[in-house]
Write a protein that binds this ligand. Structure first.
Ligand SMILES: Nc1ncnc2c1ncn2[C@@H]1O[C@H](COP(=O)(O)OP(=O)(O)OP(=O)(O)O)[C@@H](O)[C@H]1O
Length: 767
């Protein structure tokens, strides 16, 4: 028998090679002396443990053989064509880094004297070197260090590592980075070259340098990667050191112990690079997946930083550590819940699942569907009591549940029928719906007198007594119509479900759940938070909240403390983007530069510090004179991508409104190209056309943001007739929507419009 440790593959291997590699290891796990494997040592290698093995006629595996407790243990580094494999095998060394104890494979290094010397006073580094110039807003008028340094040297690239606070020699002696790698990164003359150099480096070293280049301090990098100084044990054998090192979080970014488990082996090989999130986590992701917390925890992070990945791993950790526990994994919509379902099955198909909330195991559900299940499963008397508490009215039963548009129509009817005397800015469904959902419902206000007294913290527009009375008149009418039609909105239903749960809690019944994990939490409304708070007993690991305030495209900002969710001191941010290229990230970040975004604790949330390890083309912007021309350009772009080998079914075309979907699909059909809606089954060669809202949480190889003109963004119905404060918030949501949409692309990103471009593109516009 032989054991295997897999090292994350730098070079992608295709389907047929995967099968060959799998059958090679299947044999090796059984018997490493089997003759067909040709496991052979090298002549004069840099590391005497190195071996090559025969994958097929042309390809050789490069392995390191380490004996733990007499059982042979092979570390698989990769497979290459024969001659390349021999070169790599001769020059590679498996070692425990003497400064920090991380396991790594390094290649024959250059002497330390090659390190460049760096003058101490160096310019500060931009976190994303080609980020667009900020919009001329208040924040940007006072350029920060980063912008100042960029403005001093227009057109020149400043190596961001020059501002990292340590010179190359210190990076080697203090962080344990390889001297030749540091030398080459400092000598790089462009972002592309820098990332190219990092691409070949051990994973932890590449990540450390990437973070330093993004402006993260040396201390923070040490913390993020758990690089505290290593205590070398002189008594330990090299094998013992390697074994211990396998437990280091930074080692786990690149090494995974497979042992003799052939299923695990299959998963790692089949998953390849695309599914490497299942195995190789960033040390920070691992911490947030595994650490136990004394209460609620908030994980923030920009688009594509792996928040969902952390949630899935955390669900697995909780279900494995406490098999009898009742766990919910929830998110904003049912579609997103379906993708959590897929992700969890991919991660571990054997985890205990719960068919309904409250049963042992993991239950996955969109938050509104969860609300519905909890409310509908309550006793009739509990439902009626909740309705009386919330509305102050007896409602016999609830029939239809209204979505946002349905509720909006009810507000329009109420406004039309009541003599309220409110000015236009207040007499509109948007303002009233927000007032109702952020002030009246969460405070469980059922009568006029309570409403006249309630503090309206966080509401932008002040209301005097007369205005409050007028608003209340409309609220009464809205409630009356809902009552006679036996309607409630989803937002009301969330409050009702919270009240049902509260009744159970005050009757000392056990809470329904032990752990609640929430994705896309920035979009949840006050009713959701009241509900989620009541679902689970306050205590260790009760609520784990993943969110990105920059992606808030629905609803209102709601500070969690208002709902008894305390996260002070238990709040962290992920910054490394795994999805998109630096160019796309810079473009997307530029769309929100200077935006007044606040986090769920009410503090300003910065858009700075995000980075990505991949480069690609700059996003392209295409202006057209008419929609017909814009469709022609779209068709040309798709044909070009097809010629480049892109599978068009992996492309997303994102539009602002539903009605544009049909126009785009028809327009492409007329130009002899297939296209489909996001809910239709995948058709080879047919890109998906979907709204930017629907694209939340999704990803595509390439993305076109279509129709980004001043006529469509911001959507006029979202901003018209609003008071300045509400209008500013609505425009911020539209900017966030563009940010969400622009961050869906793994590679190419195209933004197109006809007529005049949307003002929300601001200074990011490059044509
Ligand atoms: N450790 C990792 N290794 C490899 N890929 C990863 C890792 N973590 C995340 N990814 C990949 O990065 C992409 C984004 O991850 P994920 O969806 O979890 O991010 P997110 O922060 O939830 O994004 P968003 O907020 O935009 O929805 C996915 O393709 C995921 O598989």
């Amino acid at each position: 028998m032989a054991l295997v440790t897999w090292i994350k593959q730098k070079d992608k291997i295709d389907g047929t090679m995967k099968n060959k590699v799998y059958s090679f290891f299947e044999k090796l796990q059984k018997d490493d002396t089997a003759p067909g494997l040709h496991i052979e040592p090298m002549h004069a290698p840099a590391d005497p443990r190195v071996r090559t093995g025969r994958i097929d006629l042309n390809y050789r595996a490069v392995l390191f053989k380490v004996a733990f407790d007499t059982v042979p243990h092979y570390f698989y580094y990769g497979a290459w064509p024969h001659d390349e494999a021999i070169d790599i095998a001769r020059s590679s060394v498996l070692q425990v880094n003497s400064i920090n104890g991380v396991l790594e494979v390094i290649r024959a290094s250059a002497p330390d004297s090659d390190l460049p010397s760096v003058p101490p006073a160096t310019p500060a580094a931009p976190e994303i070197s080609d980020a667009p110039t900020p919009e001329p807003d208040v924040e940007a008028q006072v350029p920060d260090e980063e912008h100042a340094s960029r403005q001093e040297t227009p057109g020149t690239w400043i190596n961001p590592l020059l501002g990292c606070g340590m010179d190359p020699a210190e990076l080697v002696s203090e962080l344990g980075l390889a001297a030749d790698l540091v030398g080459r990164t400092f000598a790089s003359s462009s972002d592309e070259e820098l990332l190219d150099v990092l691409d070949a480096a051990p994973e932890w070293q590449a990540t450390a340098l990437l973070e330093l280049a993004a402006g993260t301090s040396v201390q923070e990098v040490q913390d993020k990667l758990a690089l505290s100084r290593y205590e070398d044990d002189p008594q330990a054998t090299e094998e013992e050191k390697i074994r211990k090192s396998l437990e280091h979080p930074a080692t786990k970014m690149q090494f995974t112990f497979v042992g003799d488990n052939s299923e695990e082996l299959k998963k790692v090989i089949e998953g390849g690079d695309f599914d490497s999130w299942r195995t190789f986590l960033h040390p920070e992701q691992r911490v947030y997946s595994e650490r136990r917390y004394n209460g609620s925890f908030r994980l923030s992070g920009g688009a594509g930083t792996g928040k969902t990945v952390v949630l899935l791993h955390r669900a697995r950790m909780l279900a494995t550590a406490e098999p009898a526990s009742r766990i919910i994994l929830t998110t904003y919509t049912t579609t997103l819940a379906d993708s959590l379902e897929n992700g969890l099955s991919k991660l571990d198909a054997d985890l205990p699942r719960a068919a309904k909330p409250g049963a042992p195991g993991i239950h996955i559900s969109g938050v509104d569907s969860l609300v519905n299940k909890v409310f509908r499963s309550a006793k009739e008397i509990e439902q009626r009591r909740a309705m009386k508490d919330l509305f102050g009215l007896e409602v016999s039963a609830l029939g239809k549940i209204l979505d946002t548009d349905g509720a909006r129509q009810q507000w329009e009817s109420a406004l039309a029928d009541v003599d309220h005397q409110l000015e236009l800015e207040l007499a509109n469904p948007t303002f009233l719906q927000q007032e109702y959902e952020t002030v009246i419902l969460p405070n469980i206000i059922s009568g006029k007198d309570e409403y006249l007294k309630v503090p309206r913290a966080g509401r932008g527009t002040a209301l005097n007594r007369a205005k409050r009375l007028a608003v209340w008149k409309v609220v009464e009418a809205y409630r009356y119509y809902n009552r006679i039609e036996m309607h409630a909105s989803f937002v009301e239903l969330a409050h009702l479900a919270a009240l049902v749960l509260r009744q159970g809690a005050s009757a000392s019944e056990a809470r329904l759940l032990d752990h609640v994990l929430i994705d896309e939490a920035q979009d949840l409304h006050a009713g959701h938070w009241l509900f989620l708070r009541e679902l689970v007993q306050r205590g260790p690991d009760d609520l784990f909240i993943a969110e990105d305030s920059h992606q808030r495209i629905y609803g209102q900002k709601v500070p969690l403390s208002r709902f008894g969710i305390g996260i002070v001191g238990r709040s962290r941010r992920l910054t490394l983007n795994y999805r998109t290229t630096r160019q796309n990230l810079a473009y997307a970040v530029g769309l929100l530069r200077g935006a007044p975004v606040t986090d769920m604790e009410g503090e300003h949330e910065s858009i700075n510090g995000y980075t990505s390890s991949r480069v690609g083309p700059r996003p392209e912007q295409i202006a057209s004179a008419s929609i017909a021309e814009e469709l022609d350009n779209l068709a040309d772009c798709l044909r070009k991508w097809k010629d480049e080998g892109v599978l068009l079914e992996t492309v997303g075309i994102l539009v602002r409104s539903n009605f544009q979907i049909g126009k785009v699909i028809n327009g492409l059909n007329e130009r002899h190209l297939e296209a489909r809606t996001a809910s239709a089954a995948t058709v080879p060669g047919a890109p998906s056309v979907l709204t930017m809202h629907r694209s939340k949480g999704m990803e595509f190889t390439r993305v076109v943001l279509f129709g980004v003109s001043d006529q469509t963004l911001p959507a006029s119905y979202q901003v018209k007739d609003l008071a300045p404060a509400e209008q500013a918030d609505a425009i911020l949501r539209e900017r966030s929507l563009l940010y969400v949409a622009a961050t869906r692309a793994r590679d190419g990103l195209v933004v197109s419009w006809s007529g005049r471009p949307s003002e929300l593109l601001g200074a990011t516009r490059v044509v």
